[in-house]
Design a binder for this molecule. Sequence first.
Ligand code: AMP
Ligand code: MG
Length: 349
Amino acid sequence: MKTFQWIVDKGVDNLGTCPQISQAAHFLQQNEVVAFPTETVYGLGANAKSDEAVQKIYEAKGRPSDNPLIVHIASKDQLEEIVADIPKQAQQLMDAFWPGPLTIIFYKKDGVLSEKVTAGLNTVAVRMPDHPVALSLIRCAGLPIAAPSANRSGKPSPTTAKHVWNDLNGRIAGLIDGGETGVGVESTVVDCTGSVVQILRPGGITKEQLEEVVGKVEVDPTLKTGMGTPKSPGMKYAHYAPDAPLFLLDGDREWIQQWIHDKRNEGLKVGVLTTEEHVADYKADVVLACGQREDLATVAASLYDTLRTFDESGVDMIVSEVFPTEGVGLAIMNRLLKAASYQYLKQEE
Ligand code: AMP
Ligand code: MG
């Protein structure tokens, strides 16, 4: 299949009337899949009402069919069309954070969306993205758009059009290149169907931000250890993984350097994921700075690009420093733990 590419400047006025967006929206109406930028990562969109269209997402990504998709909307009217009711806490969170990197789980209205979107659940995950290209595309298509991240299943999510191209060229009908995404990690997924709001996947909106709006917020306890069955089906799968095995090392730089030294003595080519503050402190085959530890938003923004850069460098293994789990650090550590298949080593006291 030929993959069309459209380049769109997200800063221009009247995006809704630009021919690239109209053409991409037309593809969506024809039940084809189109990748597009959002403020978190690139999404792979399809008409959420069509089995045929949604099936193409699963096929292009190689995604397990029991992992449901997030439905993207551009207006609150679209929400009422697809959900059975809107709990009070969900309304408060929507008012505070939409459009933005927050996905909310609702009970779904029956018979509106393709069953493949929700993978047989009676709930649906919905989000309104805060990106002019995404919003214009959804409005122009006039449809709710199912859109997981636009990567091959298991790989790090794409934060540039080039990442999407590398993974999906020839497997999808189109790709809108709207430049780099901003947040860099996916949306926070929250379940508002119970009495206490629960984070099923940490992401761009932090636990602290949510608590300011709705008070107490819980985190699905399975996320810390990788043990047990997470409430969000997708969280059970290996994810975000670079080609080389990744190890998280929780200790001081001397200890980490000694560990690297030992592995290199075994003949292994070692990559190090650190930040600008520490990049000069390590000696290894490849040392990459992923943002600044002082500003974790910059680490989130560069994380997936850094993991993909290791793939190109041909290292045998990657070691990464760990990060505090406050603010967006919770999402960063969640993604790193999954990328590392929970291989976490702590220095002895
Ligand atoms: P992705 O589309 O790759 O950003 O992943 C979407 C995440 O949302 C996955 O972890 C899904 O399992 C999760 N998700 C989607 N729909 C639901 C739902 N109805 N209930 C719980 N989790 C969901
Ligand atoms: Mg994904």
